[in-house]
Design a protein around this ligand. Structure first.
Ligand code: CP
Length: 309
């Protein structure tokens, strides 16, 4: 029998979700995808639920996607951005959040540069917390929407081959993708310069491939990551130009492969660095489908967590 509720009251990381949780989120997201493609896209599921979107770090896709998901579910929304708040005056994370919760907030969506910040909050407050990206740690809803988008293309991911390309070291998307894909039975490899792979990579039970052409020949899907220069306090690669020469994916490379590879990217893309525009905008790319699916997947996560209240 299909599981009817999540095993957890927070979504802090894919690490803490069961494969059944992930499948339940996908089933629920399928229904919401149908809803958001109707002429009337709104349902009353989160009426009288107040959600605070707390963004202590920049975001375009995740912030808009959560806000849209909450609006489609008829939630009341409070938006907070650290750059225009009293955090700038030295207020602690806990004080900031407790002040917001005093205004009777039920759920918190949080992005923060410090790994573990959402987990810290979950220990101190009663609201349901969704991690919208914590530093270099996890970005669970990105991994869920990535895996959901792969399933739409390939069906069940059991045995499917996925390569995650690029700056694995600084990527919360990489870690969440690895956990999520492994829980769904996919085979996962990472590919990037040795300096951009974490030292603990061997503990994650993934393959490692340094040659991008071999990686592309092996996989069904390449999930290509952004080079995160803003998190690189020292030089990990000689230059962006050299990175692009060795690890950038262009159309000629894809056309020379024996089979058609699906190209994904969580965004924002550095065009001409990770992917050339003729790849990013090609029929092989499902980058905009990922964004569309993000709203449905986040609606599912919000809806299922609200049911735990
Ligand atoms: N994919 C992603 O997290 O993008 P944003 O940083 O724009 O939210």
């Amino acid at each position: 029998m299909t599981q009817k509720e999540l095993s957890t009251k927070h979504v802090l990381g894919i690490k803490y979700l069961t494969p059944e949780d992930i499948r339940l989120i996908f089933e629920t997201a399928e229904n919401f995808k149908e809803v958001i493609n109707r002429p009337i896209k709104k349902v009353p599921s989160l009426r009288d639920v107040t959600v605070a979107n707390l963004f202590f770090e920049n975001s375009t896709r995740t912030r808009i996607s959560f806000e849209l998901a909450e609006k489609r579910l008829s939630a009341d929304i409070v938006n907070f951005s650290a750059s225009s708040s009293s955090v700038k005056k030295g207020e602690t994370l806990l004080d900031t959040v407790n002040n917001i919760l005093s205004m009777k907030v039920d759920m918190v969506v949080m992005r923060h540069p410090a790994p573990g910040a959402p987990a810290f909050l979950a220990k101190h407050i009663d609201a349901n917390i969704i991690n919208a990206g914590d530093g270099t740690h996890e970005h669970p809803t990105q991994a869920l929407l990535d895996a959901y988008s792969m399933r739409e293309q390939l069906g069940d991911l059991q045995g499917k081959k996925i390569v995650i390309v690029g700056d694995i070291l600084h990527s919360r998307v990489a870690l969440s993708n690895i956990f999520c894909l492994q829980k769904l039975g996919a085979k996962v490899k990472v590919c990037g310069p040795p300096t951009l792979l974490p030292k603990y990579i061997n503990e994650l039970d993934v393959g490692v491939e340094y040659d991008i052409r071999k990686a592309l020949e092996w996989c069904d899907v390449a999930n290509v990551l952004r080079i995160q220069l803003e998190r690189q306090d020292i030089k990990y690669i000689p230059s962006i130009r050299e990175y692009s020469q060795y690890y950038g994916i262009n159309k000629a490379m894809l056309d020379n492969l024996n089979s058609e590879v699906i190209i994904m990217h969580p965004g924002p893309i550095n065009r001409g660095v990770e992917l050339t525009s003729d790849v990013a905008d090609s029929d092989q790319s499902i980058i905009l489908q990922q964004v569309e699916n993000g709203v449905a997947v986040r609606m599912a996560v919000l809806y299922l967590l609200a049911a735990k209240r």
